[in-house]
Design a protein around this ligand. Structure first.
Ligand code: GLA
Length: 732
């Protein structure tokens, strides 16, 4: 049983980690420890850092301690803890609340969170869950904090639920998912920051006194800031040192903050952003926060990422596509944009089939009268000007070639020029007394309204019923503004941003249920909603609209901090690249795209026979290695500031590995350099695809020699290694 309870001290543990907290005399929940496994009999008073410093205000129940200096599990507002709280619950205008301990229960397994994405277990023995119940006498609310520890993973997951048991309405104006207080400030903070076409760039800074925070107010998790942060010891590298990663299983507005206070403590908070959140709890109503995941790594950033990858691959992604190699696709977007008709698509599909592609994806423009991005979102019926015989006819032709068929939708949006908008202007988010802002010429549908979700389910379901469609790309191309719903009273407007996301999740869930074999790929102008919440519904995500192989190196490198390689949509596109006008070698474009779902996004009908033959070889390479590439253990071999991004995947027994090392701008007379590998068996010998024999120990300790002298800009070294024998130890 990995949760031990002793005199109101709770110790969650597995073989590697411990998480310890206790109830204080006043009923507060004090955090004591999160780190490497400790013995079960550690005296909790040894771990407490609570004290009364300077002019601090004393705890009402213990005059020797201030709440401000105590490490706390889910801090309140207004009674002496001057740091940012985890929640505020108000009654009659007072936001002061004090939840005190009532009871704790341990259950095996991990309960689902209704209506929200969450990690799960298949067997009860995989995890244990601790539910701690607290109550506030004045608001008459109960608070349940739920903690799950996995037996075989260095992970603790958390969320909180409030229930109003009293007669008066309670308002939650902040209800975060996680607080973790740490007893010192010797950390480097890593976040994944960016923008459109430059998502998830690794950003590190030494923790400074004060609050450093990231978040999104866009209604989606965003390209600008990912719902993740890590705190690492300053000496941590990709391979070594202590790192704690925090990941939020949610797709809407979020806040992730780190407060380094005056007493050498650090507070991490993660949850729904409070700015657009105000949740009225009528008597008997409850509110449950989304899940937050904490991963502890004693083996650097790679250990953290590998923990997230295996958890998200195995126990967040669900259904038919969990741990399944992903189909190699051709997407027509960068090849044709809106300019296509049935013969053109069939010509593309025939070429795709000839080079071994498995899935043909028809992107934007197949519906309504859409010829550009100014019309028809919401009207999910065939564009007869482009496809006069209808979409089912096209699907029939393409599947007859032996290809699977995939289709693009943007369900959450509506064009002002659409039949849907003309019929239902009240289905759009916005304040009726104010003008609405357009983004990419479109409005956002009010998915907080069940009628809108019903309409979208019926519209999409009927397209998916009519043809054998096996993949859906679900796009979302503008941020939310004027977040106001005509369907609810003034007192509920603060619920809309969250209810919108609940509507997105409900729609996904219904479509998944009706079409369990469809592979969903999420997209938000590229990677604007690449988050764990989405992965629960859509096992893969379009990583970025930037398909340039050099830009992709840092985008995919950053994305890999949290997200599995199998979740990263990655395609080879034409040169000069659409976004950067850069020309990179075809081999480089493929080498980078191999570390993802792999596919093409170009007009195959314009390529020479020689190029098509090369593409066929690339497809064959991907087919031969995709289980390793997509689901192998992933190691970043370069630090973020290294001018040569490099990484490696290796299978469970370290029998096979594939490494990529990239050259960006070439140096004159480039000197030889060595790239040290990881994850291999030191005592084994490996044969490379070039026929060289190396010892694992040599590749790990000395590295592989990289000679760039005969290469140009934007070249790569892609190396496959296969174990050939276990070496005898020469001293035996
Ligand atoms: C977004 C997506 C692209 C493509 C276009 C279609 O930008 O990220 O991949 O689907 O929309 O309009």
């Amino acid at each position: 049983m990995p949760i031990a309870i002793h005199e109101q001290t709770f110790h969650l543990y597995n073989d590697t980690i411990s998480y310890i907290m206790r109830v204080t005399p006043g009923g507060d929940l004090e955090h004591l420890y999160f780190g490497p496994r400790l013995p079960l009999n550690v005296d909790p008073t040894h771990l407490s850092v609570g004290a009364l410093y300077g002019n601090q205000v004393a705890d009402q129940f213990d005059p020797t301690v201030s709440l401000e200096s105590r490490l706390r599990e889910y801090p309140n507002f207004g009674t002496g803890d001057m740091r940012a709280p985890a929640y505020t619950a108000s009654v009659d205008g007072s936001a002061i609340s004090t939840f005190s301990f009532v009871d704790a229960t341990v259950t095996t397994g991990k309960p689902a969170i209704p209506g929200l994405p969450a990690t799960y277990v298949e067997e009860a023995a995989e995890a244990d869950t601790l539910s701690i119940e607290l109550t506030d006498d004045v608001t008459q609310c109960s608070l349940t904090l739920q903690y799950t520890i996995y037996a075989q993973r260095n992970v603790v997951t958390r969320h909180a639920s409030f229930t109003n048991h009293g007669p008066a309405p309670v308002t939650l104006s902040r209800a975060l998912s996680l607080c973790l207080d740490l007893p010192d400030q010797d950390y480097v903070l890593t976040t994944l920051m960016g923008g459109w076409a430059r998502e998830r760039q690794v950003t590190t800074r030494k923790l400074q006194l004060g609050t450093q925070a990231i978040g999104s107010q866009r209604g989606h998790s965003s390209a600008q800031a990912n719902p993740f942060l890590a705190l690492a010891r300053p000496n941590a590298t990709q391979q070594t040192g202590e790192v704690i990663g925090f990941s939020f299983v949610y797709s809407g507005n979020f806040t992730a903050s780190v407060e380094a206070d005056a007493y050498d403590h650090t507070r991490v908070l993660l949850g729904i952003a409070p700015e657009q959140f105000s949740w009225p709890l009528a008597p008997k109503q409850a509110f449950t926060t989304p899940e937050a995941v904490m991963a502890y790594s004693p083996t650097g950033y790679n250990g953290m990422s590998q923990t997230f990858h295996s958890l998200y691959n195995e126990r967040l992604v669900r259904g038919a596509w969990r741990m399944q190699p992903r189909p190699i696709l051709l997407n027509n977007w960068e090849g044709t944009y809106f300019d296509f008709d049935e013969p053109k698509l069939l010509a593309l599909a025939a070429q795709a089939q000839a080079i071994g592609v498995e899935l043909f994806v028809l992107d934007d423009g197949w519906f309504g009268h859409r010829d550009n991005d100014r019309s028809s979102l919401g009207d999910w019926v065939t564009n007869r000007a482009k496809l006069p015989a209808g979409l089912p006819h096209l699907v029939e032709q393409i599947t007859a070639l032996g290809l699977k068929f995939g289709l693009w939708f943007e369900p959450e949006m509506v064009s002002p020029d659409s039949d849907l908008y003309r019929a239902h202007p009240d289905w759009v988010l916005g304040d009726p007394n104010r003008p609405r802002s357009l983004g990419r010429h479109q409005y956002v549908l009010d998915l907080s309204q069940p009628a809108v979700v019903d309409y979208l389910f019926t519209a999409l379901d009927s397209v998916l019923q009519a043809s054998p469609i096996s993949y859906v790309k679900w796009d979302m191309n503008r941020s939310l503004t004027e977040v106001f719903s005509a369907a609810v009273p003034a007192s509920e407007q603060g619920t809309i941003a969250h209810r919108f996301i609940l509507g997105v999740y409900a729609l996904y869930e219904r479509l998944r249920h009706a079409h369990p074999d469809i592979l969903f790929e999420s997209c938000a102008s590229g990677g604007g909603r690449f988050d764990p919440g989405m992965l629960y519904y859509a096992p893969q995500a379009w990583t970025s609209d930037d398909t340039d192989a050099i830009a992709r190196q840092s985008i995919q490198y950053g994305t890999s901090y949290v997200y599995p390689i199998a979740s990263m949509g990655s395609h080879v596109s034409a040169v000069p690249n659409e976004q950067l006008h850069r020309t990179t070698p075809l081999a480089t474009r493929a080498a980078v795209a191999y570390f993802g779902t792999f596919g093409y996004e170009l007009d195959l009908t314009k390529l020479t026979a020689a190029t098509l033959a090369t593409l066929a070889e690339q497809v064959a390479f991907m087919k031969a290695h995709r289980e390793l590439l997509q689901f192998g253990r992933f190691y970043r071999l370069s630090e973020p500031e290294d001018p040569h991004p490099a990484w490696l995947v290796v299978d469970d027994n370290a029998d096979h590995a594939i490494m990529l090392d990239c050259t960006q701008l070439q140096q004159p007379d480039a000197t030889l350099r060595f790239r040290r590998l990881a994850g291999l068996t030191p005592t084994a010998q490996y044969r490379s695809d070039t026929g060289e024999i190396y010892s694992g120990a040599e590749l790990i300790a000395a590295g592989i020699r990289i000679d760039e002298r005969r290469r140009g800009d934007f070249s790569t070294m892609l190396l496959t290694l296969d174990k050939i024998a276990i070496q005898e130890d020469e001293h035996d």
